[in-house]
Design a protein around this ligand. Structure first.
Ligand SMILES: Nc1ncnc2c1ncn2[C@@H]1O[C@H](COP(=O)(O)OP(=O)(O)OP(=O)(O)O)[C@@H](O)[C@H]1O
Ligand SMILES: [Mg+2]
Length: 349
């Protein structure tokens, strides 16, 4: 007879630029149940931490994390953490068809061709893209390999952030792959674009046959949307943020404004599609807090002419949490990275 439970809990922590988000998921016979979730806003102005911001960002993160952990009382000790996309590199390179062992050697000796840093300073992982071998003839005997690199200092950075919390980093991955894990689940089409519009940055991920092909991280996000409203309407940033979150459509109709940051996002998406020689996208899934902005998704759809939908992490996770009116509630689209991290416990265990 076996004692103990067969279920296990998994925690994902997303250190965003606006907030830290944590999701805890339980693997119950292969199904994902939401156990716990929460976020803390990194507001330098507000006295959340009961003392003034001293200019040390990692100190602010550490303190904010402490506040959130105290509130959440996680039951797991091992956690998965996301590395911001702008701190990593994702690329697909062609290699002659060879075995995995040969490939490992080739990458070790030829990494400089692909990665602009020494292997002493970066961690590199790789994966042969499925099906690329079977296209042998069309590919002139080549296979496509996904290479992912992140600075080794990231490991030390997150270890230091978690020091003293009782938590331990079990998995550290680029947020791009956390997003892909949750948002491309059950996706049956061929070409998929994931767009995570955060506060400061937007992560664009192009996937082909459920595997990441290219990743671009651009310096535009919710803050730029607020700024555009403030400039266009000649109102303060505070008022502009309220306006942005008011539910009014600022993309079309009588209040329609110009959002250069969104047009830049669109032009980058078009460039990525063109670079990969892709004719059309089967779907665009938009995550991040800014995806809540009314009219934004319709604008993307009109400009790009591909289907656009808002990311819903709860499509794959069961919730037991209810709001005051008794409706089931859970993670919104800003929790995709944290949810995707925790979901590794469903897929890999
Ligand atoms: N209802 C809403 N309407 C419009 N914008 C919103 C709404 N709710 C949140 N936002 C915006 O979403 C942004 C925060 O998104 P998110 O939580 O995904 O950011 P983050 O992950 O902390 O940032 P980053 O990914 O850039 O590090 C803010 O700019 C906020 O103003
Ligand atoms: Mg984010």
């Amino acid at each position: 007879m076996l004692f103990g439970s067969s279920s296990k809990k998994f925690v994902g922590i997303d250190f965003g630029t606006r907030s830290i988000k944590i999701v805890e998921i339980e693997n119950s016979k292969g199904e994902a149940n939401l156990v716990n979730y929460g976020q803390v806003v990194l507001d330098k102005e507000k006295d959340l931490l009961e003392e003034k911001y001293d200019g040390d960002y990692s100190n602010l993160l550490k303190k904010a994390l402490g506040v959130l952990l105290k509130k959440m009382k996680l039951s797991s000790k091992k956690v998965s953490v996301a590395i911001p996309a702008f701190n990593g590199l994702v690329m697909v390179a062609d290699f002659p068809i060879m075995t995995e062992e040969e490939l490992a050697k080739a990458i070790k000796y030829e990494s400089r061709k692909y990665i602009p840093a020494s292997l002493d300073d970066v961690n590199v992982s790789w994966e042969i893209i499925k099906d690329s071998k079977s296209e042998e003839e069309g590919n002139n005997g080549k296979m496509k390999v996904l290479l992912v690199a992140a600075p080794k200092t990231e490991v030390q950075y997150y270890d230091a952030l978690l020091k003293g919390t009782g938590l331990e980093v079990e998995l550290l991955e680029l947020e791009t792959f956390s997003l892909a894990r949750i948002l491309s689940r059950n996706f049956k089409g061929e070409n998929l674009m994931l767009v995570d519009v955060g506060a400061k940055t937007t992560n664009l991920v192009l996937m082909v046959n459920n595997s990441v092909r290219i990743n671009r991280n651009i310096d535009v996000g919710g803050i730029d949307l607020t700024e555009a409203i403030s400039d266009n309407m000649n109102i303060s940033s505070k008022r502009a943020k309220e306006m942005k979150e008011s539910g009014k459509n600022l993309f079309s109709g009588s209040l329609a404004l110009k959002f250069p940051s969104v047009d830049y996002m669109i032009s980058e998406m078009k460039r990525m599609i063109k670079l990969q020689g892709i004719g059309s996208l089967d779907n665009i899934i938009v995550a991040g807090g800014s995806s809540e902005m009314v009219g934004f998704l319709d604008y993307l759809q009109k400009q790009l002419n591909f289907p656009v939908e808002k990311a819903d992490p709860m499509k794959y996770i069961k919730s037991k949490f209810k709001n005051k009116s008794g409706q089931l509630v859970g993670l919104d689209s800003s929790y995709c990275v944290a949810a995707g991290l925790a979901m590794h416990g469903i897929d890999d265990k």
